[in-house]
Each structure stands twice: as structure tokens, then as C-alpha cells.
Design a protein around this ligand. Structure first.
Ligand code: KG4
Ligand code: ZN
Length: 331
């Protein structure tokens, strides 16, 4: 069964073709980052308009590259939420119309379920059950995963998501949007241990996170320096280390609490090399295993949506022709 996956929840137009037996056939991605860069953040209306412009050509390109025709598609998966309402509606309306015209099913996928299942696209994929740390620009979640659709929320950020904190700290350091990857590049030049940032909410029990304090700490620390290039790199490194260690402390706790020995880390921030290293070191000490998607599938993409939708369609899940978009949607 060939499944077309469509992702338009934020600032990436992602399309993929996934086959239930053969695996991922092809994926295409168009990033709006350069357009939003000019405004220092995402402009929702511009995001929707750009998805409208790019989505159909991207579907055609993906089919052409795979040497497939529209009539070969047997199901369509699209991101139904959470995300920007206008952006979601472009994907949902396109998916539903195409599915109706081809007389095939379309299924709405939860964006974070897409991230959560992204490591399943890799050769070395995790078996159920596992603990998932989902770290993106909009969410930071710890989830106990027993199978497809069997998700128990263990903890979440009470304020900013980890990616959001990265982007805001990066802005303070004078970096462009989205700042996460740029901050991590800058941190490479940083001297370790010059600044000691807090590890928020690690001194009390529980699996929730809070990252907004790290943002304030970044601002206060920067203001106490001359803000030379070295000062900025040192602050970037201290921020990144604090975030990585906070995530590692909570993941270790989640593994202990659930008794599980498998950790999946996904979402945009999981592309961060330092965070991958710190989490890997922790997991080795715990005699557990760790799984990440390849870096290009850590950030938003159509492949993870096609995979998640394929599993749902194989389980005979159906939905009405009604256009379904849920900007807020708990996992
Ligand atoms: O999952 P994603 O592509 O979109 C959402 O669902 O939000 O995540 C985007 C977030 C942004 O905040 C971006 O700065 C962050 O992931 N990010 C990173 C890195 N790559 C992407 N943060 C830190 N280090 C990175 N290498
Ligand atoms: Zn995402």
C-alpha cells in the first residue's frame, strides 16, 4: 500500500511516499525558513500562503521522482494538528480533496505522534514499549509508549518548549531565526565551565520541565559581560549544557519510573549533537538503549507523517470527509 504523507503544521512543507512493505520511497521538503528569517520568527499568514504555493508541486515532484502516478496512491496521511490553523488547513484540505477525487482514505495524524514514530523509519528501529522524549519548537513531552496509539503522558514543559528556549536564547545572542542550530554551532567555540546555568526543576520529584528561567538566566548573564564573540560563545555553551543535562536527568527518572530500558528521542532539538551525546552517555550508564531519527527526520518532514498514517490505515482507522484541523490537540 502506497501512502502519501503531507506535513504543513508550521514552516516546512513536507511530502513523502511510504510503502507498507517496501518502506520509505521518497520524501521532499521545502523550508520557509529564509522567508520568515526576515521577520525574526514565523508569520502565520505567510506560512499558509507559501504552503498553498508549494504543496501541489512538491507532491508532483515526489511522485515523479518515485516514478509513480497519483492513481498508485492508496491512502493519504496529513498532519491534523497541533500547529498553525491556517497552515494545517492547507494540508488537510489538499489531502481530503485529493483523497476524495481518488476515492481513497485520508487520515489525520497528530504531529507529535509523527515525531514519536520517526525513529521507525531507521534500519535500527526501537521495539515497543519505550519512553519517548519529544523536544520540538512547540512541545517538550515525556511519553510512555506501549504501542501505536498507546501513549501515556509522563511529563511536559509548564512554559516554553526546549526548542522555543533555544530560539529565544539564540535571538538574545544576535542569531537569526530559527536559532537552535546556530546556537549549537556557536557553542562549539565556547569555553566550558565559565558560566554555570541552573538545571530547572531537577531538585524536586516529577517529570515536568520549565525552560523559561534559562532564557532569563541567559539574558542576565549576557548583560553582565561585554558581549564579545567569546562571551557569547561561552553563554551559548552554558545554555546548551544546562538544557542537555536537564533533559538527561528527567529521561533517567522516566526510565526508572517506568522500569523501561529503551529511550526514543525525537523532534527538532534531537538533531543537536551535544544533546545526543549527553543522553547517550546517560543511557549507557543505565544499561538502556537509545534511538534517534536521522537528523533530517528530527525536524518536521512528510516521511514521519506518512509512516504514522500508514500504521493507522493498516489498523483500519477511518475518518469522515470533514476537513479536520486541530491547532491545539493533546497527544
Ligand atoms: O520539530 P521541529 O522541526 O518543529 C516543531 O514541531 O516545532 O522543531 C523545530 C525546533 C526549533 O526550535 C529549532 O531551533 C530546534 O528545533 N532545533 C534545534 C536544532 N535543530 C533544530 N535546536 C537545537 N539544536 C539543533 N541542532
Ligand atoms: Zn515538529
Amino acid at each position: 500500500m502506497y501512502i502519501l504523507g503531507i506535513e504543513t503544521s508550521c514552516d516546512e512543507t513536507g511530502v513523502a511516499l511510504y510503502h507498507s512493505d517496501k518502506g520509505l520511497i521518497h520524501h521532499s521538503l521545502y523550508s520557509q525558513v529564509a522567508m520568515h528569517n526576515e521577520y525574526g520568527g514565523i508569520v502565520p499568514e505567510l506560512a499558509s500562503r507559501d504552503h498553498i504555493r508549494k504543496l501541489i508541486p512538491l507532491i508532483d515532484e515526489c511522485l515523479h521522482h518515485s516514478q509513480l502516478a497519483k492513481t498508485d496512491i492508496q491512502g493519504i496521511a496529513y498532519t491534523a494538528g497541533p500547529g498553525l490553523i491556517g497552515a494545517l488547513l492547507v494540508g488537510a484540505a489538499t489531502a481530503k480533496s485529493l483523497a476524495w477525487s481518488l476515492n481513497i482514505p485520508a487520515i489525520g495524524v497528530h504531529h507529535m505522534e509523527g515525531h514519536l514514530l520517526a525513529p521507525m523509519l531507521e534500519e535500527q528501529s526501537p521495539e515497543f514499549p519505550f519512553v519517548a522524549l519529544l523536544v520540538s519548537g512547540g512541545h517538550t513531552l515525556l511519553v510512555e509508549v506501549k504501542g501505536i496509539g498507546l501513549y501515556q503522558l509522563l511529563g511536559e514543559s509548564l512554559d516554553d518548549a526546549a526548542g522555543e528556549a533555544f530560539d529565544k536564547a539564540a535571538k538574545m545572542l544576535g542569531l537569526a531565526y530559527p536559532g537552535g542550530p546556530l546556537l549549537s554551532k556557536l557553542a562549539v567555540q565556547g569555553q566550558a565551565n565559565r558560566f554555570k546555568f541552573p538545571r530547572p526543576m531537577t531538585d524536586r520529584p516529577g517529570l515536568d520541565f520549565s525552560f523559561s528561567g534559562l532564557k532569563t538566566f541567559t539574558m542576565n548573564t549576557l548583560n553582565q559581560t561585554e558581549q564579545t564573540a567569546q562571551d557569547k560563545a561561552d553563554v551559548a555553551l552554558a545554555f546548551q549544557q544546562a538544557t542537555a543535562e536537564t533533559l538527561a536527568i528527567k529521561c533517567k527518572r522516566a526510565l526508572k519510573q517506568t522500569g523501561l530500558k529503551r529511550l526514543v528521542v525525537a523532534g527538532g532539538v534531537s538533531a543537536n549533537t551535544h544533546i545526543r551525546q549527553i543522553l547517550t552517555q546517560m543511557v549507557i550508564k543505565e544499561s538502556a538503549e537509545i534511538f534517534f531519527p536521522r537528523p533530517e527526520f528530527c525536524t518536521d518532514n512528510g516521511a514521519m507523517i506518512a509512516y504514522a498514517g500508514c500504521q493507522r490505515l493498516l489498523a483500519q482507522q477511518q475518518e469522515s470527509l470533514r476537513i479536520n484541523a486541530r491547532p491545539r490537540w493533546p497527544i
